[in-house]
Design a binder for this molecule. Structure first.
Ligand SMILES: Cc1cc2nc3c(=O)[nH]c(=O)nc-3n(C[C@H](O)[C@H](O)[C@H](O)COP(=O)(O)OP(=O)(O)OC[C@H]3O[C@@H](n4cnc5c(N)ncnc54)[C@H](O)[C@@H]3O)c2cc1C
Length: 409
């Protein structure tokens, strides 16, 4: 693989940089990354930025132009991502919809659904959430219990989801349900898209230790959906969910928007330890060097995935390695950034703390990042089984009908 830009790629990078310089502000410190606290303002800013990107062909760069995408290559997408990560731009609220839900609709939805939903999602006019996890089905997604029962041409859905990011401001969601409890757990699932504003959908925010409430419990009481809202065949929900989950590992593994080595170097330059800039301290330099090396490892592992993608292959299990390393790095770096600021590091009041609590937010948020999209333990299992070829984890209920498998209370 050649890591240097070709003449064509260099021209694209130049064009991207010029556009970003004109339309966004370069970020310098971790605080430049923090989104506005006010939810409405955050959504408005994110939508405006997404629409601007869509107009310029930088939203969903690899998707066809007829769907509102940029009609570009995977490498164009990488170049744009590399350049955009240097600017303080909003946009995290579309990651689940555009990274996971809409690709699932595009792969499995009927043509009418694609016609109706893809363009507005690309422009950021409509936001999507992913309704998979339940109290009884998190790591073991196929253990879920929310049931969908056929009633004439409709399906009637009852049950509960948990941890649904953004459900409180999303317009639509993809919902995995159990349609047949008499067959083994992976075989009795079916996926639907749903309207989150339907009165039969109740969203209850979960308060986090950060003070925010970014995810929710979601309850369905006799929610009626049309059969045309089905994504894939009845009973094929697991196959459909795999499209989402594979995209999830990729999207989460390559996430941006947190302080990294550049911001930490800037902080270390501007913070003193015993009257000397922290950057001169051997211990500080050593830690930064460690994270720099990890960042390079992540970059090249991601390039390997992208090489596979650009050849038309599906992303391999190696992106699980990136997620494990990136989440731990995010947490450690957040913790170190807090420590460097001494007492000020734990103050999250933007008026008092010079970094406006950005490292504290990162440290608190990283705990969830180590769980979301696959916990460390689950990802290690994947690496053990699919990358290293070690024997499989024990799965006692795999072939039992779901309603005969042992369950907790
Ligand atoms: C910030 C955040 C955002 C999220 N957003 C969404 C969302 O938008 N939509 C959605 O559907 N879900 C979402 N989730 C849920 C997330 O996918 C689940 O929390 C995750 O899959 C883990 O499931 P669980 O919480 O039920 O833990 P469990 O599966 O109950 O696991 C508990 C512990 O046991 C370990 N464990 C479980 N099974 C094994 C095993 N076989 N081997 C070894 N260890 C094991 C786990 O690693 C973990 O440490 C989000 C979670 C977080 C934290």
């Amino acid at each position: 693989m050649d890591f240097n830009d070709t003449a064509e790629e260099a021209a694209y990078r130049k064009q991207v940089r010029a556009w970003l310089d004109k339309n966004a502000t370069r970020k310098e410190n971790a605080k430049d990354i923090a989104p506005p606290k006010d939810l409405k303002e955050m959504i408005a800013q994110s939508k405006a930025w997404q629409a601007k990107k869509a107009d310029a062909g930088y939203a969903c760069i690899t998707w066809p132009k007829e769907w509102g995408g940029g009609g570009g290559t995977t490498i164009n997408n990488v170049i744009y991502g590399q350049e955009e990560s240097k600017y303080a731009v909003p946009g995290g609220i579309f990651a689940i919809g555009l990274g996971m839900c809409i690709p699932t609709v595009m792969s499995w939805g009927p043509d009418e659904a694609k016609e109706r939903f893809v363009r507005p999602a690309v422009r950021g006019d409509e936001i999507w959430c992913q309704l998979f996890s339940e109290p009884a089905g998190g790591s073991d997604v196929a253990g879920l219990r929310t049931k969908a029962e056929k009633d004439g041409d409709d399906w009637v859905i009852n049950g509960q989801k948990v941890w649904t990011s953004g459900a409180h401001f999303c317009d639509y969601g993809i919902l995995l349900t159990r349609t047949d409890p008499n067959v083994p757990k992976h075989k009795g699932l079916t996926m639907f898209w749903i309207d989150m504003k339907d009165p039969a959908v109740e969203v209850r925010p979960i308060k986090q230790m950060s003070g925010g409430a970014e995810f929710n419990e979601v309850f369905f009481t006799n929610l009626r959906v049309k059969d045309s809202q089905r994504l894939g065949k009845v009973g094929d929900g697991w196959k459909v969910a795999l499209t989402t989950l594979m995209n999830e590992r990729l999207a989460v593994g390559g996430s941006q928007g947190n302080a990294d080595t550049d911001e930490l170097i800037s902080l270390a330059r501007n913070t003193d330890i015993a009257g000397e800039p922290a950057i001169r301290h051997g211990g500080v330099r050593e830690r930064i060097a460690d994270w720099y090396v990890q960042a390079q490892g992540l970059k090249f592992t991601r390039f390997r995935t992208l090489t596979a993608l650009s050849k038309g292959e599906t992303p391999g299990p190696e992106s699980s390695i990136s997620k494990i390393v990136a989440a731990k790095k995010m947490q450690d770096l957040g913790s170190f950034g807090m420590d460097l600021q001494d007492m000020g590091g734990v103050i999250r009041d933007r008026k008092i703390s010079p970094e406006e609590g950005a490292y504290t937010e990162q440290w608190i948020g990283a705990a969830g990042y180590r769980i979301a999209g696959g916990t460390d333990e689950i990802l290690r299992n994947i690496v053990a089984e699919r990358v290293l070829g070690l024997p499989q984890d024990i799965r006692v209920d795999k072939d039992l009908p779901f309603n005969q498998a042992p369950k907790g209370k």
